[in-house]
Design a binder for this molecule. Structure first.
Ligand SMILES: Cc1ncc(COP(=O)(O)O)c(C=O)c1O
Length: 501
């Protein structure tokens, strides 16, 4: 016979039994999943859908009912909110979303994300994340193989910017290990080198780590945006003459705007000669390592001490999926970052505590980002990943050739990678001489076209001024959902949007 329990009251709160209505919760998740399936996943390839449903912030605030109230809303209202959120969000999986260095939808990594969202693990100890820690280890091992190191170490981080920061700190720790305990006082002026085309995270990392942005020496690049090794050599010597302490060179493999690859082999020679840590920011370009055809872009990467590589960009593993990989296999990463929290990393556990890898990270809670990459890699195989990279770069070549054929389009430079940078010169400017007035007028064209494409919702691609060049478009090609027809559409649409300019 079931024993009836008396209600236990503490501070006027009944503590018997759970207070969540799990059946209603399950039903809500089911219905929300149905909306995700119908409104996001099934529409991902549909070019008749809009890329974005643009609304100004004030209008969007009114549509969305953002206020949080004392009483909860009904499921019906919440499902409508979910619909609204999807409707007014940018569809980054749309074949005509070319705006950033990520795009498209990978079904396997998406399923992996659903699994990890549901399990809600934190990857620091084997006891709470046995599978995800082993998965991370396997993925890091494989990425290291592609870099060409025999062994190494690594950690997945929330972003390439964070990976770059990790690398900068690690290089500094290697240079002066006592910094971990003693801090910055008493250190010489530390200087690091990176190209003028590097990602802005270098500056942020230098300021965040107390190195100071003035101590980042930006090395000149050639006309294609690649670091000039001779200039690097000069700047290292200059820093030494100034009495400062050079410790790090950050080369970029796949620059953000132009998609340029620094000459890693030559840079590695200089690093070796001067005893400098070589970090390669391959956040964007690292995925070319998967392609036998294009891996030569990163020739010499095996000589790096550390590499940042984001599978969430070209390989579509889903934001965020970013690894910092380190050649050292003597535990440098752990020595640099560990704090040995006794409540989490007990040394007398019943299993091999070497699998408690969380102390290599600056984070405590950490998402199992390697898992989505792993499931995708399992599904597609290396060959499938390679095919994606090859196709994206072939499509970029196709677009370049089409741009060359069309009146009014002007390439900035021959791309090495998937960034196609070009100006659209509207009819009214085509006969004008290329003087200051021409450039000043051309500068205004891209923002107008961008506004029009977003308000129409037909496509999204980015523009920027860049190092003395007036606003130009940067077209980025990634997703296998994108086809030649989308490239043709892009050019036709640009002509349509700007015909009156
Ligand atoms: C070359 C390069 N490095 C680093 C980053 C930063 O990566 P994340 O956006 O993951 O922080 C980017 C981003 O586009 C990049 O292009």
């Amino acid at each position: 016979m079931l024993q009836k329990k008396n209600a236990v009251l503490v501070d006027g709160v009944v503590l018997n039994g759970p207070i969540m209505d799990s059946k209603a919760g399950e039903k809500f998740v089911e219905e929300a999943c149905k909306i995700i399936m119908e409104e996001v996943i099934q529409k991902a390839e549909d070019v008749t859908e809009k890329v974005c449903e643009w609304r100004a912030p004030e209008t969007l605030k009114m549509i969305l009912d953002l206020e949080m109230r004392d009483t909860g809303e009904s499921h019906q209202k919440l499902l409508q909110l979910c619909q609204d959120v999807i409707q007014y969000s940018v569809k980054t999986s749309h074949p005509r979303f070319f705006n950033q260095l990520y795009a498209g939808i990978d079904y396997y990594s998406l399923a992996a994300r659903f699994i990890t969202e549901a399990l809600n693990p934190s990857v620091y100890t084997y006891e709470v994340s046995p599978v995800f820690l082993l998965v991370e280890e396997a993925v890091i091992k494989k990425m290291i193989e592609f870099i060409g190191w025999e062994e190494g170490d690594g950690i997945f981080n929330p972003g390439g910017s964070v990976s770059n920061m990790y690398a900068m700190n690690l290089a500094r720790y290697k240079f002066c290990p006592e910094i971990k305990e003693k801090g910055l006082s008493g250190l010489p002026r530390l200087v690091l080198f990176t190209s003028e085309e590097c990602h802005y995270s270098m500056k942020k990392a230098a300021s965040f780590l107390g190195i100071g942005t003035e101590n980042v020496y930006f090395i000149k690049t050639d006309e294609r945006g690649k670091m000039i090794p001779e200039e690097l050599e000069k700047q290292v010597q200059r820093a030494r003459k100034e009495g400062s302490a050079p410790f790090l060179v950050c080369a970029t493999a796949g620059t953000t705007v132009l998609g340029a690859f620094d000459p890693l082999d030559k840079i590695a020679n200089i690093c070796e000669k001067h005893g400098l840590w070589l970090h390669v920011d391959a956040s964007w370009g690292g995925s070319a390592l998967i392609s036998k055809k294009h891996c030569k872009l990163l020739h010499g990467i095996h000589r790096a001490d550390s590499v940042a590589w984001n599978p969430h960009k070209m390989l579509m593993a889903g934001i965020q999926c970013c690894a910092l990989l380190v050649k050292d296999n003597s535990g440098l990463l752990k020595k640099c970052y560990s704090a040995q929290a006794a409540y989490l990393f007990q040394q007398d556990k019943f299993y091999d505590v070497n699998y408690d890898t969380g102390d290599k990270s600056i984070q405590c809670s950490r998402r199992p980002d390697a898992f989505k990459f792993w499931l995708m890699w399992k599904a597609l195989g290396t060959t499938g990943l390679e095919e994606r990279v090859n196709r994206a770069l072939a499509l970029a070549r196709y677009l370049v050739e089409e741009i060359k054929k069309r009146e009014g389009f002007q390439l900035l430079l021959e791309p090495e990678y998937a960034n196609v940078c070009f100006w659209y010169i509207p009819p009214s400017l085509r006969k004008m001489e290329e003087g200051p007035e021409f450039w000043q007028k051309l500068h205004q064209v891209a923002p107008i076209i961008k506004e029009r494409m977003m308000k129409k919702g037909s496509m999204m691609l980015g523009y920027q001024p860049h190092r003395g060049k007036v606003n130009f478009f940067r077209q980025v090609i990634i997703s296998p959902q994108v086809s030649r027809e989308d490239m043709d559409f892009l050019l036709d649409e640009m002509e349509r949007l700007a015909k009156d300019l």
